[in-house]
Design a protein around this ligand. Structure first.
Ligand code: PEP
Length: 257
C-alpha cells in the first residue's frame, strides 16, 4: 500500500445474491463501511441486483460495479448490457476481462481492450483483470503473459483521464484457496506499474493495482502491506459479510498507520 493512493477493496459476488439477499448483503457492507473512511469499498452484484444494491448503498461510501459489459454502445445485441445502461443502473465501476470471462466465454485480449475503452468512453471506471494460468507460471511465462494482457488495454487507459484500476489475479489462485505470496504479488504489481509509467507519466501513480485470488481475512493484511498492492478484488470471501468486513478493516488499519 502506498499512502498516495486510497485503498480499494472490491467484492465480486459472481453469480450469487441476485435478488433480496444481495440487497441485504449490500446493506451490511454499507453499514460496515461507515467505520472505514480511508478505504474505497465497491461491491459487484449480478446484473439483476445492480439497481437495487445501488439504491441501498446510496448515501454510503460503497460504490457499485457490474461484472461485465458489452463493448457495443447500443443496438441489436440481444442479452447484452451497455456501459450507459450500467451507469443508469447506478454503477460507477465495471469488472472487465475476469479470468472466468476469458476462460469460459472466450474473451480475448482484443475484446477486453474494446470493453475497457467502451467503459471509459461512457464514464464508467474499469477494473481490468489480468493473470497467468498455472501452466504459464510453471513455464516461466508469468511476466510475458501479464505484459501482453496489460499492453492490450494500456492505450485506452492512457487516452483517458479517468481513474481505472487493474486487478492482478493469478488464475491458479482464484477460488482455489491458493494465493500468491505477498512478495510474488508485489513483483508482478511493480512490473505492471512500470508498464503504466512507460506508457504515460500520470498513469502509474494514479492507477490502483489490486490483487485477487483467494484473499481472505487471514492473508489480506500481508498482501495489502506490499508497496504496489493498492487493494483487493475479493470473490468467495466477499459473500460473507464478516470476512469481507475483516478484509476492509485490514485495509483501513494499514491506511491509518
Ligand atoms: C475473483 O473472483 O475475482 C476472485 C479473486 O475469487 P476468490 O477470491 O474466490 O479467489
Amino acid at each position: 500500500m502506498n499512502p498516495s493512493r486510497r485503498p480499494l477493496i472490491v467484492g465480486n459476488w459472481k453469480m450469487h445474491h441476485g435478488g433480496p439477499s444481495g440487497v441485504e448483503l449490500a446493506a451490511d457492507v454499507a453499514r460496515h463501511a461507515r467505520d472505514v473512511p480511508r478505504v474505497d469499498v465497491v461491491v459487484a452484484p449480478p446484473y439483476t441486483a445492480l439497481a437495487a444494491c445501488a439504491h441501498e448503498c446510496d448515501g454510503s461510501h460503497v460504490e457499485i460495479a457490474a461484472q461485465n459489459l458489452s463493448p457495443e454502445p447500443s443496438g441489436a445485441f440481444t442479452g447484452e448490457i451497455s456501459a450507459t445502461m450500467l451507469l443508469e443502473a447506478g454503477c460507477r465501476w465495471v469488472i472487465v476481462g475476469h479470468s472466468e470471462r476469458r476462460q469460459l466465454f472466450g474473451e480475448t485480449d482484443a475484446i477486453v481492450a474494446r470493453k475497457v475503452a467502451a467503459a471509459l468512453k461512457a464514464g464508467l471506471l474499469p477494473i481490468a483483470c489480468v493473470g497467468e494460468t498455472l501452466e504459464e507460471r510453471e513455464g516461466g511465462r508469468t511476466t510475458a503473459v501479464v505484459e501482453r494482457q496489460v499492453r492490450a488495454f494500456l492505450g485506452a487507459l492512457a487516452e483517458s483521464d479517468r481513474d481505472a484500476a487493474i486487478a492482478y489475479e493469478p488464475v491458479w489462485a482464484i477460488g482455489t484457496g491458493k494465493t500468491a505470496g505477498p512478495a510474488e504479488a508485489q513483483e508482478v504489481h511493480a512490473a505492471i506499474r512500470a508498464w503504466l509509467a512507460e506508457s504515460s507519466a500520470g498513469l502509474a501513480p494514479r492507477t490502483r493495482i489490486l490483487y485477487g485470488g483467494s484473499v481472505k481475512p487471514d492473508n489480506a493484511r500481508a498482501l495489502l502491506a506490499e508497496r504496489d498492492v493498492d487493494g483487493a478484488l475479493v470473490g468467495g470471501a466477499s459473500l460473507d459479510r464478516v470476512s469481507f468486513g475483516s478484509i476492509i478493516a485490514s485495509a483501513e488499519s494499514l491506511a491509518a498507520a
